[in-house]
Design a protein around this ligand. Structure first.
Ligand code: PMV
Length: 329
């Protein structure tokens, strides 16, 4: 009753920002992301070990909400397996550079869902793993499969129709590149779960954000189908600005951007005038992720460094979460 899985993180091109159900992690709107290689998280789960659940993440015993979120996923697997599997041991390890600026939780919960289902003897099932990983972290449901994945918001109050599906696989657009520019390594003051709650509860722009994002998901699919880098870059930028605008308009206002973030963002226009195709997206933090192609990733990295990046990670489209034969314990 032991299994190990590997999963990659993902970067949202049309972002998820706001829950309609905090407990089940159900979003107000659909979102669409690209799974990123080579960054990855490996997770081993074994059932029937010890007297109580043991959870270890990156060499530390998990406590508080981190442990609670892992146990929610493990409990759901135990329930699906008819309560047979006993206490679990889980060990998870990421190969992210120190504070890569990309949340490792999406990859971590996707790997946990795939490993836990296999360890409990449940059949491999991308939809079931996506639904399961969503219980740990919303964006994790888009890391179960590779390439471009869409998290459909769903309608049902029980969340059974709120999961991600792959729209295009990792081989669809192999020249696409995402360059993560780490400008600041400090832990962010406001976690995404609190930031998005402030926007839902107090931002007058929130309803407009939801309507717009739903339409942008449809547009992004058409753009990705025809591999139009400029159109995707423009869509990414406007979606990131709109997400941040909802939070800037919240009460209290929330601004994740630092002066260096703006400096890098502003310099992109100049690059494009020079013929370098590069655009940005920005999650709930100060570190932009640059969208470009294979021919320009070195230029994008040089630009990020010139604007003060302390670390740069060049990513390519990543594949599905997969089971490994080598375990972490
Ligand atoms: O799933 P969470 O709670 O890590 O929230 C993710 C929020 C964003 O990264 C800002 C957007 C997204 O869709 O990934």
């Amino acid at each position: 009753m032991k299994a190990t899985a590997l999963a990659h993180p993902n970067i949202a091109l049309v972002k998820y920002w706001g829950k309609r159900d905090d407990a089940l992690i159900l979003p107000h709107q659909s979102s669409l992301s690209l799974t990123l290689s080579p960054l990855s998280v490996r997770t081993t789960v074994a059932f029937g070990e010890g007297a109580d659940d043991e959870v270890e993440i990156n060499g530390q015993v998990a406590r508080g909400s981190e442990r609670t979120r892992v146990l929610r996923v493990l409990d759901a697997v135990r329930a699906e397996a008819g309560g047979r599997p006993g206490p679990a041991k889980m060990v998870s390890r990421g190969d992210f550079p120190a504070a890569a600026g990309l949340a490792s939780s999406a990859a971590g919960f996707a790997a946990l869902a795939v490993a836990a289902r296999a360890a409990a003897g449940l059949p491999a099932d991308a939809r079931a793993s996506s639904l399961l990983s969503r219980l740990g972290s919303g964006s994790a449901c888009r890391s179960v499969e590779g390439g471009f994945c869409e998290w459909m918001r769903g309608e049902r109050p029980d969340g059974t129709d709120s999961y991600a599906v792959q729209r295009f696989d990792a081989k669809h657009w192999p020249e696409l590149r995402m360059v993560v520019a780490i400008l600041n390594r400090d832990e962010k003051e406001v976690k995404s779960r609190d930031g998005m709650k402030g926007a839902v509860d107090t931002s007058p722009y929130y309803p407009a954000w939801v309507r717009d994002a739903e339409e942008e998901v449809v547009r992004s699919r058409e753009i990705i189908a025809r591999k139009d880098l400029q159109a995707l870059g423009e869509l990414c930028e406007r979606n990131a600005w709109r997400m941040h605008a909802t939070s800037l308009a919240a009460d209290p206002p929330l601004c994740y951007l630092l002066p260096k973030t703006l400096e890098l963002i502003h310099s992109l226009k100049e690059q494009r005038r020079k013929g370098i195709p590069v655009w940005f997206t920005l999650d709930a933090g100060p570190n932009p992720v640059l969208l470009t192609d294979a021919a320009h990733e070195v230029a994008a990295e040089a630009l990020a460094r010139a604007c003060g990046a302390i670390e740069v990670v060049r990513c390519v489209p990543g594949g599905d979460a997969s089971l490994l034969t080598e375990h972490l314990f």
